[in-house]
Design a protein around this ligand. Structure first.
Ligand code: SF4
Length: 390
């Protein structure tokens, strides 16, 4: 029997571990890790069992048509050609779209995370959109939706893979790559061997939580409390990128003290009534955030309380005929008004983290950059999705 090693990767989940596939007589007989591959340092038992899957007698290899009704104990499966199957499915789908509109067809898609669908999902989603139906029943892990789409909505792309190998601090928040993403688990091991600290936020004592330098055992549903507490620590220590926050976030937008709403152009008599405003520390007056460019951002205040009058006449406006008297604070202090109660002590009570961890946590996110974080925390409750949600 002639054996041949063929290099590739396992497609049975999104870890895509590099593999050496041993083939004999056109049959896959063994799969082992390809240690020369970036993700091939280890494989799980599912990947190593690939030969059993490939050559299983139960594996479906051809399109089959059911010839008996579903009430019949015998389905009466009949093998048909691929052309025949595709033509029939296409014809019936087009008929459904013609009769009831594209919305009448709902597509059910399995998870791309733990199945071989990982490499195909983009094409399937493209097909669904081309067909025109907004209805997708998407089976995915509870961590996936917000990991993929919250970041896409916020930053314009999904969460990239963290650079664990070169991090000083590795934060795993509701993420258990030992079980779910073997290549990442291996990279975390390499990062730790190079000196990175490991911080795990998880109610469960996962394998990595057990080994972590800090394990914050949050009570399920209280992740947001811990996140707010860490945000508070970062703001108090000025341990964030001021230039980035000024230019790319809503941190500088002014908030009215009288009603807690954003200060708008109409509040100060600007022609653009919808404009959100910031405080120009050099000019000593408000400016529409949309009018800022280049070095303008350097003058934008991130902290402070400001008396804002008519845009053309700085100072408190006349009342009641003029625009409303607005004493405003930049958004960052507005956030801080909420955050102080999220102190480590408060966090311990509400979030059920261990006291010793909380004290040490205060310095790490601030002092141990660069940090690589994978955050797949579960939302406490979900709201209605916007109609355009993919
Ligand atoms: S973790 Fe297992 S199933 Fe996933 S790609 Fe690696 S070997 Fe395959």
């Amino acid at each position: 029997m002639t054996k041949e090693d063929k290099r590739g990767y396992c497609t049975l989940c999104r870890s895509r571990c590099g593999t050496v596939n041993v083939v004999a007589n056109d049959a896959l007989i063994e799969v082992r890790p390809d240690t020369s591959h970036p993700t091939g340092k280890a494989m799980c038992m599912k990947g190593k069992s690939a030969p059993e899957l490939v050559h299983s007698a139960d594996r479906l290899l051809y399109p089959m048509r059911r010839t008996n009704p579903k009430t019949d104990a015998d389905p009466g499966w009949q093998r048909i050609s691929w052309d025949e199957a595709l033509s029939e499915v296409a014809r019936r789908m087009l008929q459904a779209r013609h009769d009831g509109g594209a919305e009448s067809v709902a597509f059910a898609v399995t998870t791309p995370s733990g199945t071989p669908l990982s490499d195909s999902i983009d094409w399937i989603e493209r097909f669904i959109r081309l067909f025109g139906s907004p209805n997708t029943c998407y089976a995915t892990e509870i961590c996936n939706w917000h990991k993929d789409y919250a970041h896409a909505f916020t930053f314009g792309c999904g969460m990239p893979t963290a650079d664990y190998r070169n991090a000083n601090l590795i934060v795993l928040w509701g993420h258990n790559p030992t079980n779910t993403w073997l290549a990442q688990a291996e990279a975390i091991g390499a990062g730790r061997a190079a000196g990175a600290k490991l911080l795990v936020v998880d109610p469960r004592e996962t394998a990595l939580a057990g080994q972590a330098d800090q394990w914050l055992r949050v009570r399920p549903g209280t992740d947001a409390v811990l996140a707010m507490a860490i945000a508070n620590l970062l703001i108090e220590a000025n341990a964030f990128d001021l230039a980035f926050v000024r230019q790319w976030t809503n941190g500088p937008l002014l908030v009215r003290n009288d009603n807690g709403r954003l200060l708008r152009g109409r509040d100060v008599g600007l022609a653009d009534g919808e404009a959100c405003l910031v405080w120009d520390a050099c000019a000593g007056q408000v400016r529409p955030s949309s009018a800022l460019a280049g070095r303008d951002f350097e003058q934008v205040a991130l902290r402070g309380t400001f008396e804002v009058g008519n845009a053309n006449r700085p100072g408190p406006p006349p009342s009641p005929a003029g625009p409303p008297s607005t004493c405003t604070q930049a958004n960052a202090p507005a956030i801080r008004r909420t955050l102080p109660r999220h102190s480590p002590g408060w966090r311990r009570r509400r979030s059920a983290t261990r006291p010793a961890c909380s004290a040490r946590l205060s310095a790490w996110p601030i002092t141990r950059g660069p940090a690589s974080a994978s955050m797949t925390m579960r939302p406490r409750r979900t709201g209605r999705l916007p109609a355009s949600t993919p």
